[in-house]
Design a binder for this molecule. Structure first.
Ligand SMILES: [Cu+2]
Length: 178
């Protein structure tokens, strides 16, 4: 209780004793809480939730008739081969609901790539104009079909998607190689 009374009394005393310096005194009492800025170790892309994903270089992903992958976040060890199997667990015909799994290089723009892929029907929606953007890809799978691919990644974040027209908006995810 003593302090509560002391503080205003002190302020009043200062105000009276040094009228000319009022502005200066006010500045001194102003404290700004400085919160340390969050600076990532590097300019690396952070992927929320990746800490909850098991680190493994063997993955099996499903694509279904709801135009979905069952896995959207994959975590692998860099520098060692990754074995990835895609299963099309749907029943709809390949022409209507085909799926593939295309791993893109870090930073590739997904809408741009998806647009080019849509016009590559003659090559199972793997655009020859954008081959340099692709790390690896499965075949285009019809219902009940499966394909396994093997690839090795350097450290980084790699987007993946299904390049069947209209699918990449939902059928996409990220592989984090660490
Ligand atoms: Cu698909």
């Amino acid at each position: 209780m003593k302090k509560l009374f002391l503080a205003p009394a002190l302020a009043l005393a200062i105000g009276i004793s040094s009228c000319g310096n009022n502005a200066e005194k006010k500045e001194e009492t102003t404290t700004t809480e400085s919160t340390p800025a969050e600076t990532p170790a590097a300019a690396e892309e952070t992927v929320p939730g990746i800490e909850n994903v098991t680190l493994s270089n063997t993955w099996t992903v499903e694509g279904n008739d709801q135009m979905q992958y069952n896995i959207n976040l994959i975590r692998v060890k860099a520098g060692e081969p990754v074995e990835l199997t895609l299963n099309n667990v749907g029943k709809m015909p390949k022409e209507a609901m085909g799926h593939n799994f295309v791993v893109l290089k870090p930073g590739v723009d997904i809408p741009t790539f998806g647009g080019e892929a849509a016009s590559a029907a003659d090559n199972e929606y793997i655009p020859k104009s954008a081959l340099t953007s692709i790390v690896a890809h499965t075949k285009l799978l019809g219902p009940g079909e499966s394909d396994k691919i093997t690839f090795t990644l350097e450290k980084g974040v790699y987007p993946y998607l299904c390049s069947f027209p209209g699918h990449f908006g939902i059928m996409q995810g990220k592989i984090v190689a660490e």
